[in-house]
Design a protein around this ligand. Structure first.
Ligand SMILES: Nc1nc2c(ncn2[C@@H]2O[C@H](COP(=O)(O)OP(=O)(O)OP(=O)(O)O)[C@@H](O)[C@H]2O)c(=O)[nH]1
Ligand SMILES: [Mg+2]
Length: 424
């Protein structure tokens, strides 16, 4: 009884926070008072929902230090998801005080895995990102695991609508149009939950697309650099063209990318996942790739199911495939490969292969849909963070990078842990 009283009194001390800095699209790590809280009524007539274009100071917005604000937590803990004003008004939209952009519901509540696709035009970035944001694909990933993916952007913004439509058309076998230079593309942000009971853990997973033009003609202030995962996509068609001595764009992209990475990311707190796309174009009998073509997914009556990672992520299988691709790149485009490994420490680079469509595309559409290993890049980063089960077949367990804050060590997370102890 006494224990529960103590728990309840701590629960009411809403001032306990353990804010996890959220990095907005400009690359700025926001301070907790730079996350403003408002609601849709306060927005009306002023802006489009993806970005507030007025002066944030004139907006009726609160922050966690505003007097009289009651902080509303959910199971992620660490930072509130909403505020209740002293007049009983609920402020449930988070806005960056720096850029005015609308932030995910769980900004500041849990760590964020920020992925940006980096690759020349026509490298298959948009097609893969559309697949990553398909609800049916989320079913494929989580079936039999207890994990969940929840859309964490609070608004349905016009800038997103183009992608929603492209996603629907993709399901009817139409290809997305090339991404326009400088186009504003809202990221897809998911609130991923994994584990059971007091072991439940949360992370934000953010996918950002970008146009290939910007990648080959990269400015020093490119928005690419704040991210912590670079999905470096290279089309197999370009690799083969390079082997024939034809001009290719991926070498231009890497020549722009590496010098900026060295200067702008001296923290080296990032990972590069080299994703060779359109792998259906590669020779399956190439001796360097003989073990690489066992597909990790299968289509069963229109539904995609996991095969290699059916019982949890199999790092051994993933690393074997990656090793084949690494050797292939080392042999076929040695200068690209050497540049990359000379600039980036080995443990920060992973090699993978996908084919989003897996068959020849005809202008604007495709006939056969035979996706290959499209689940692996995302599952690899989630599993490495302890956010996805690892297969018992996997003899290789990477060094776990679990961080305590994933369970929430602030008000919500701390209280969750305390409650489970008291219930023992
Ligand atoms: N053969 C084959 N072609 C593919 C596959 N995936 C994508 N493609 C082709 O690659 C083209 C480009 O794909 P996108 O996803 O639009 O490429 P992107 O990297 O977003 O290009 P930009 O928007 O111009 O930067 C598609 O239109 C298809 O023709 C695949 O699995 N196999
Ligand atoms: Mg694109």
């Amino acid at each position: 009884m006494k224990k529960m009283k103590l728990f309840n009194s701590l629960k009411n001390q809403n001032s306990q926070k353990c804010y996890i800095p959220y990095i907005d699209s400009s690359g700025k790590a926001l301070k907790e008072d730079e996350i403003l809280f408002t609601n849709e009524e306060n927005f009306q007539g002023r802006q489009t929902l993806e970005s507030w274009d007025g002066n944030p100071e004139n907006m009726q917005a609160w922050n966690v230090f505003s007097e009289g604000a009651e902080l509303v937590y959910d199971d992620a803990g660490n930072f509130p998801v909403a505020l209740m004003t002293d007049k009983g008004e609920l402020m449930y939209l988070k806005i960056s005080a720096v850029t005015g952009e609308v932030l995910p519901i769980h900004a500041g509540c849990c760590p964020s895995l920020d992925v940006i696709y980096t690759g020349p035009p026509q490298a298959g970035k948009t097609v893969h990102i559309l697949q990553m944001s398909d609800p049916a694909f989320h079913d494929t990933l989580v079936r039999g695991t207890g994990c969940s993916f929840e859309d964490d952007l609070p608004s349905s913004a016009p800038a997103r609508r183009r992608y929603e439509e492209a996603g629907a058309r993709f399901k009817q076998h139409f290809l997305p149009a090339p991404t326009r230079r400088g186009e504003i593309i809202l990221p897809y942000v998911y609130y991923v939950t994994s584990g059971q009971g007091s072991e439940k853990r949360h992370v934000l997973l953010r996918f950002q697309d970008i146009d290939g033009e910007e990648c080959v003609d990269m400015p020093w202030n490119s928005k690419i650099f704040p991210y912590n995962y670079f999905f470096m996509t290279i089309g197999a068609d370009e690799l083969l063209a390079g082997e024939r001595g034809e001009p290719v764009q991926y070498t231009r992209m890497v020549d722009k990318f590496l010098p900026r990475l060295r200067v702008l990311r001296r923290d080296r707190d990032f990972e590069i996942v080299v994703i060779v796309t359109k792998c259906d174009l590669l020779d399956q009998n190439d001796p360097l790739l003989t073990d690489a073509f066992e597909n990790s997914i299968r289509m069963e009556g229109g539904r995609m199911v996991r095969t290699t990672h059916a019982d949890g992520f199999d790092f051994k299988a993933f690393e074997n495939r990656g090793e084949c691709m690494r050797r292939y790149l080392q042999s076929e485009c040695p200068n690209f490969y050497n540049k990359l490994v000379n600039a980036v420490p080995g443990q920060r680079i992973t090699f993978s292969m996908i084919a989003s469509i897996g068959s020849a595309c005809d202008g604007e559409s495709f006939e056969d849909y035979r996706p290959f290993c499209i689940d692996e890049p995302v599952l690899a980063i989630l599993a490495k963070k302890g956010m996805y089960p690892i297969s018992s077949h996997s003899s290789v367990h990477p060094q776990e990078e679990r961080v305590d804050s994933l369970t929430g060590s602030g008000a919500g997370g701390f209280l969750k842990k305390l409650q489970s102890l008291l219930e023992m």
